[in-house]
Design a protein around this ligand. Sequence first.
Ligand code: MG
Length: 506
Amino acid sequence: MGSLNALVLFTVFIPACRAAPLPNFVLLFADDLGYGDLGCLGHPTSLTPHLDRLAADGLRFTDFYVTSPVCSPSRASLLTGRYQTRSGIYPGVLYPGSRGGLPLNETTIAEVLKPLGYATAMMGKWHLGLGAGGTYLPTRQGFDHYLGIPYSHDMGPCQNLTCFPPDVKCFGHCDTGVVTVPLMHGETIKQQPVDFLELEEKYNNFASEFIQTAVNKHQPFFLYYPSHHTHYPQYAGKNSVGRSLRGPFGDSLLEFDSTVGNILQTLKRTSILNNTLIFFTGDNGPSLMRMSRGGNAGLLKCGKGTTYEGGMREPAIAHWPGIIRPGVTHSLSSTLDILPTFARLAGAQLPSVQLDGVDMTDILLHQGPGKREAMFFYPTNPSEKYSVFAVRMGKYKAHYYTQGSALSDTTPDQDCHVTSFLKQHDPPLLFDLESDPSENYSLSTKEHPELVSVLQQIQAFKDKFEASMQFGESEIAKGTDPALEPCCTPQCTPKPECCQCGTLSL
Ligand code: MG
């Protein structure tokens, strides 16, 4: 059935006889969500009924990777199909006053689809720069419509963030000395500080209006929803707060899941669910430094900030009723592969740059083995000197360097902690991730001489990749300028406190 549908699909996608509508794409992206956080992946108290439904009716990836264990670089790779080292989104992440951003000459998924007549929209967390006059906002990167906050929601004083019970301030501290977090609509600040507790409702309205308008116009669409959930500090609006057994993290995840449910409902109501590919994944592993308020990497080692599996491997689901057969795939895949896959399914042209992504349609439509041969793991601060820290090839992963991170402090495993300094491994630490996904038992070539050739093959992949890598100029090293922080009343004083615009209706 699946292959028959696939055949039909590719027949209608030949441009000369494109009678059938182009597929719609919904890309859902959770923030700091671990491999063990979804109900369907075994978390005992997470409430994720809609994501669980997508997983049951769709294709679940077990070996899906991001390109960085922190936000901005991971997002750059998702949207461009290229490692962050090429686009310059390293080291670390962008800040409210950053001078740099995702370079405008990079081609995003939205820009790939637009020439085919796609309507494009994004809601949620951008985190790929603002720049002077909004130079780097989503509206400059192919998105017709944008509603959201331009960076992480802890990058400003935590106004309006309460947890359960109501009126109890959230755990921990946010950044001070910068502007409060704004809500942007297009390139205009609509509210500063944003009311986080009402934000999800605005996103729900935005998504349903965008989808309904595209349907009315018979226009294919691309909706990108990178959520603030489940990044620290976790919050949830009135419909989700206190509803999970898991506390603030569980409530935050539940609110995200509810929006997934509302999007699904809109797709059903407008009778386009069967012509829509929904893809879900997350940007990096859990922020274990937040202890039980952070996420959970399940059986994977460490989390955010590290190149162990817990920092880089994410849950992923592809859902397209009638086209993608329900099941599980162990094919090695990555956020890098989403751009070429959407392009192939839409019949769009690929950008003429060096792409790191490969087309996944074989996996999605035919349960094929996939084209990806290897995955390269950069740390949060990539450099030409150290290059990639680890390489996965087939079922094996070799660590050339390991390093802990403050973002993965607090767990019992000392390797995850910031006090585990940069360490070179020669020969590399080698793990068989099929039999040992937790990276517990390093394999020695003395005991397993047959692995000498495996290490040689991995080294050959690494050498070839490194020869192809041209580091782009670092956008993050351009530094910050407080004058670039978004302010709804640009001429006011004293900053940053004066940047306040109350509640504005959209
Ligand atoms: Mg993140």
